[in-house]
Design a protein around this ligand. Structure first.
Ligand SMILES: [Zn+2]
Length: 547
């Protein structure tokens, strides 16, 4: 590992520091960006190349027991997409749910150096951390599922809000999570026990509890905000995938009442039309609301044609899709904490709904007035693999290419959207926002997503090319924490990145409530539940702002 490096003559795109294609030197020392380095320091001549901070994926599914189940039950896709052992790299399998090693290498190939696993029940935290430790190159963290947690629901229905907040903080510490994730708030827990007991709007009564999704959403927004977590409540709204669901999405955003909230894979929540009939685009209604309310951020969850894997805490959704596709599927239960569904899926150009989803995602990108708050994701592997990011970037940057692609897909669907009226083409500066600076800022990762002095030395260098898909498909150099991983297109290291997590303060007295609950309902002893500090070999705690 070179302890110092100078990158010279490259065109630098660093939106956090308002640098837009300026030719300047970037200096690295001891894993950080520094002002300058001595004259005899090794140099990369980046003439004709583009220099950006390493990519940051704000929402993907790459580790933990649901991911592992998805790997195991799709051997057919693995056989055709093996990653061989070459030089510094270990072998692995690919497909839409790659093995841990392959996941890290493939992110690096695209120039990504940070990835956040988006849905982990606290009981799955240990397993998730073990797999994240095995995922090379990238730094990573995960979001813990708390919106179908029986113990929290019971505190909430009794109005014990202080204890609720302390319990949320306890659970963040116990799991070593980075953020709080809500999936189909309140809907999964009753559905696991009784058919047709999912909720259908945010004011539905939740079967078995004196609660509504709105109460859960509001309480978790309050808690994340009071605890000063660096990333706000990360919400997968109710009614994912249903026609007319944009109204639920708008209502969910309104519950924030001006406080920060992040709506994930919002494409899947931007459908107009009537329930059980064909959806139409409601991208304009969603975009208008987000453009006017700067407390709201979102990632798109773009659908890309081809193989995907549905993998979600939204168990009833997977049941619905299973009835449509008749394919193999898994539903799993995690005790008092969440549900989970997995199903192989293929998005096809000629199918009305799939083409509509593809177009709505692009509309959301192209209608966003503030790209800092509408960032890039495919909800990997739900809308398609993260390996589609280069093609997605080309769709955003190249209107001619976009229109050619739009001409190949179901035209009835395109006619239900405003896609062809949108002339916007993203610049490299805006791509740097939606793929690194924006996600880093939304996550509250102050050392990532930029190349200012003091930032982590996570740097990607691409050959500047007209074909942006080819350009973003194969980074020429990738440096993470100052260590060179890809040198002139060749991997030269595969060490693991760090686990990023939070550790909000809490009052120990909350354990007097949690311990008896565990004794009554859990299969695991309370004292064995929390993930010990020693489990996190090289972790980094991001401070909260409440202290
Ligand atoms: Zn997701």
């Amino acid at each position: 590992m070179a302890s110092a490096l100078r990158i010279k003559n490259g065109k630098v795109y660093d939106p956090i520091n308002k640098i837009d294609g300026k030719i300047m030197d970037i200096c690295i020392k001891n894993g950080k960006i520094v002002k300058t380095v001595p004259k005899n320091t090794p140099v990369i001549d980046a003439h004709g190349m583009v220099v950006m901070p390493g990519g940051v994926d704000i929402h993907c599914h790459i580790a933990g027991h649901k991911v592992n189940l998805a790997r195991k039950f799709q051997p057919e896709s693995k056989r055709h997409d093996v990653s061989p052992r070459v030089k510094a790299l270990r072998s692995g399998t690919g497909g839409s749910v790659p093995s841990t090693f392959t996941t890290g290498y493939r992110y690096a190939t695209l120039g990504y150096t940070t990835a956040m696993e988006a849905a982990v029940p606290p009981l799955g935290a240990r397993h998730t951390i073990e797999e994240l430790h095995d995922t090379p190159v990238v730094d990573k963290g995960f979001y813990v599922l708390l919106a179908n947690n029986v113990c929290l629901n019971q505190l909430l229905e009794k109005g014990r809000m202080e204890e609720f907040r302390e319990a949320v903080a306890w659970w963040m510490n116990a799991s070593k999570a980075y953020a709080v994730k809500l999936v189909n708030p309140g809907g999964d827990e009753p559905w696991k026990g009784r058919k047709n007991s999912n909720v259908d709007n945010i004011d539905s009564e939740i079967s078995g509890f004196n609660l509504t999704p709105r109460k859960i959403i509001k309480a978790l927004i309050d808690a994340t905000s009071d605890l000063g977590l660096p990333h706000p409540a990360h919400i997968h709204c109710n009614n994912l995938g249903h026609s007319g669901n944009y109204k639920t999405t708008l209502e969910t955003m309104r519950t924030a009442e001006g406080r920060r909230v992040h709506i994930t894979h919002i494409q899947f929540h931007s459908y107009g039309g009537e329930l059980n009939k064909n959806p139409v685009s409601a991208a304009a209604e969603i975009s208008d609301f987000i453009n006017e309310n700067d407390n709201i951020s979102a990632d798109v969850g773009q659908v890309m044609f081809g193989q995907a894997t549905i993998m979600t805490g939204d168990a009833p959704l997977t049941w619905t899709l299973r009835n449509m596709t008749k394919s193999k599927w898994i539903n799993a239960d995690t005790e008092c904490e969440s549900g989970c569904g997995i199903l192989p899926f293929s998005y096809q150009e000629k199918i009305y709904t799939h083409a509509l989803q593809w177009a709505i995602g692009l509309e959301l990108f192209l209608m966003a007035k503030d790209p800092w708050r509408m960032v890039l994701s495919t909800d990997h592997p739900n809308g398609g693999s993260f390996m589609n990011y280069p093609k997605l970037i080309r769709l955003l940057m190249d209107k001619e290419f976009r229109n050619e692609e739009a001409a190949r897909v179901n035209q009835k669907a395109i006619a239900k959207t405003g896609l062809l009226d949108l002339d916007r083409e993203y610049s490299l500066y805006e791509i740097a926002i939606v793929s690194r600076a924006g996600p880093a800022r939304l996550l509250g990762l102050k050392d990532k997503g930029h190349l200012g002095v003091g930032a982590d030395a996570d740097v990607t260098i691409y050959d500047e090319m007209d074909d942006k898909e080819a350009m973003f498909n194969a980074a020429r150099y990738v440096i993470k924490s100052g260590e060179m991983f890809i040198n002139n297109h060749e991997f030269c290291a595969d060490t693991q990145g760090r686990l990023i997590h939070v550790a909000p303060d809490y009052d120990n007295k909350v354990e007097d409530i949690l311990r008896p609950f565990f004794e009554d309902y859990y299969t695991i002893q309370f004292d064995n539940y929390a993930v010990d500090d020693s489990y996190v070999h090289d972790g980094k705690v991001i401070p909260t702002t409440s202290a």
